[in-house]
Write a protein that binds this ligand. Structure first.
Ligand code: FMN
Length: 201
């Protein structure tokens, strides 16, 4: 498949079928991440694959809908169908927690900024696009309680969690969110050739 086809095909999925992701596909996704570029090729990414009921129960406890009382209360009030849309991890059978090891990153000599979050983000992006090429749905999750994740998953102190990818086959009745997916600004609003645009005063 042409790269642009994969890029356009990828869409955030928040309703997953209750079907495991084949091990062969899991390994392809991880392999795509392995070949990502990282600063000075430091490869500080540390990826925790979570796909057992025990591990996914931990995700439920530290993802936004597990720890944000607003959503916990909301989930209690709704019927089964709606609950699946407001609950914790949309029933994803596979979760990748992407962290970086802060001792393995490049540090910018002038700004002192670590490359870790950027490296981890690039790795996650490669994995997300590989998953799309394998007909799997994904959602990128930033909204989770990283300190609770650290505690429940016993992450080493030097690992800094950056994001999670929920991965799985889209549910049969999955429909992209019309308010978010498929909407992009025109290039003229985000890309500028050789000079920044005139700013209104
Ligand atoms: C950095 C980042 C953080 C995100 N965090 C969340 C999140 O915590 N929960 C969620 O449901 N979606 C999250 N998303 C998914 C975005 O809402 C989604 O990518 C965006 O609305 C565009 O829709 P599309 O992916 O279908 O094109 C995140 C995406 C990115 C790139």
């Amino acid at each position: 498949m042409d790269f642009m086809d994969i890029s356009r095909k990828r869409v955030t999925v928040r309703q997953f079928a209750q079907k495991p992701v084949e091990e062969e596909k899991v390994l392809k996704i991880l392999e795509a991440g392995r070949w990502s570029p990282t600063a000075v090729n430091g490869q500080p990414q540390r990826i925790l694959v979570l796909n057992t009921p025990e591990s996914l129960a931990k995700v439920r406890a530290f993802c936004a809908f597990g720890y944000d009382q607003k959503y916990v209360d909301l989930a209690k009030e709704c019927d089964d169908k709606t609950r699946s849309q407001v609950n914790f991890y949309y029933g994803a059978p596979l979760v990748l927690l992407v962290s970086y090891d802060s001792t393995a990153c490049w540090v910018h000599p002038q700004s002192g900024q670590s490359s870790g979050a950027t490296d981890a983000t690039i790795v996650a992006t490669h994995m997300m696009l590989e998953a799309a090429s394998l007909d799997l749905g994904t959602v990128w999750i930033s909204y989770f309680d990283a300190s609770k994740a650290r505690e429940l998953l016993r992450l080493p102190d030097t690992w800094q969690p950056v994001c999670m990818l929920y991965i799985g086959y889209p549910a049969e009745d999955f429909k992209p969110n019309p308010n978010l997916s498929g909407r992009r600004k025109p290039l003229s609003e985000t890309c500028f050739f050789n000079a920044v645009p005139e700013m209104e005063k």
